[in-house]
Ligand binder design. Structure first.
Ligand code: NAI
Length: 337
């Protein structure tokens, strides 16, 4: 029988966690033939609630689920983990400065990086969901130097899927017929959702989205701001932030990373920049990638027009600022060891 894969979900007692763990246990993330062991981590105040989630997982009698660990101990949670989905973090509360939120998360991601480095499988794949996702992933990379840098990524697939969804709604086509949108940059409102290379499958072959929408003004304004502001729109409507769509996107991200992207299509992932498209190396930046045999590669040589260039650089600048802020938070962290 296939060996089970151990998947860690941090912040598992939270909103996204509650939507995500049953998806993983049903095979949505790793496929219908891959048994899984779930490790769920949360913090002490959520310990009871986490126990409740474990009880429900048992009650759901998922055939693929071979074990569940629910713990508030980081070392225990990270032990032998093959895939780590980092959803836990400190949320921005009313009246909090950006620097305060950054400072809390920098110390969480520094500590969890060390735990993964010491206890996870050496080829562990990491997906950071918690905000600020790109910068949390960068901190994790800095403090887990033995994990290959290609194994540390952040989630922009939700933004990617939102872009597919908006195009599908606009053109009244099936969302599965839309492909090759791109999210460039930060998982924040400076991200650039780009449809310059996106296509639609039609009965008469592949057609460019730009041609079918035939409204550059809508594509360059309303479409972009709708995708950028979608998270805020969900909060306004639900009084809670996106959870089921975030959980689903996290499954898509890992699924395609591990099992590969279909021929001729790409997805967006926040990955460690190698300088592609003139994006400063040393940032976790969202690029179009194809995946094969558990490895991602940035799609090269796409034509970048002037407008696109400007937007790609603007979101990179925000990431450079976040990196500087994170560094200053690290410098002011108390030295424990
Ligand atoms: P939530 O507040 O419902 O859950 C977060 C959970 O993390 C809580 O149970 C909390 O106790 C736990 N937690 C806090 N510190 C922890 C630590 N040090 N170790 C382990 N667990 C810890 O939040 P929700 O809605 O589930 O969102 C989680 C994160 O995902 C947030 O940072 C949110 O901003 C982010 N997010 C990212 C998206 C993306 O596309 N990248 C989309 C939606 C949300």
């Amino acid at each position: 029988e296939t060996e089970p894969v151990t998947v860690l979900v941090t912040g598992a007692a939270g909103q996204i966690g509650y939507a995500l763990v049953p998806m993983i246990a049903r095979g949505v993330m790793l496929g219908p033939n891959q048994p899984v062991i779930l490790h769920m981590l949360d913090i002490e105040p959520a310990a009871d609630s986490l126990k409740g989630v474990k009880m429900e997982l048992i009650d759901a009698a998922f055939p693929l689920l071979r074990g569940v660990v629910a713990t508030t101990d980081v070392a225990e949670a990270c032990k032998g983990v093959n895939i780590a989905v980092m959803v836990g973090g400190f949320p921005r509360k009313e009246g909090m400065e950006r620097k305060d939120v950054m400072s809390k998360n920098v110390s969480i991601y520094k500590a969890q990086a060390s735990a993964l480095e010491q206890h996870a499988a050496s080829d562990c794949k990491v997906l950071v969901v918690a905000n600020p996702a790109n910068t949390n992933a960068l901190i994790l990379k800095e403090f887990a130097p033995s994990i290959p840098e290609k194994n540390i990524t952040c989630l922009t697939r939700l933004d990617h899927n939102r872009a597919l969804g908006q195009i599908s709604e606009r053109l009244s086509v099936h969302v599965s017929d839309v492909k090759n949108v791109i999210i460039w940059g930060n998982h924040s409102s400076t991200q650039y959702p780009d449809v310059n290379h996106a296509t639609i499958n039609t009965s008469s072959g592949q057609k460019p989205v730009k041609e079918l929408v035939a409204d550059d003004n809508w594509l360059n304004t309303e479409f972009i701001s709708t995708v950028q502001q979608r998270g805020a729109a969900i909060i306004k409507a639900r009084k809670l932030s996106s959870a089921l769509s975030a959980a689903s996107a996290a499954c898509d991200h890992i699924h395609d990373w591990v099992l590969g992207t279909p021929k001729g299509s790409w997805v967006s992932m926040g990955v460690y920049s190698d300088g592609s498209y003139g994006i400063q190396p040393g940032l976790i930046y969202s690029f179009p990638v194809t995946c094969e045999k558990g490895d991602w590669n940035i799609v090269q040589e796409l034509k970048i027009d002037e407008l696109c260039r400007e937007k790609m650089d603007k979101t990179a600048e925000e990431l450079i600022e976040e990196k500087t802020l994170a560094k200053s938070c690290l410098n002011s962290l108390p030295m424990f060891t």
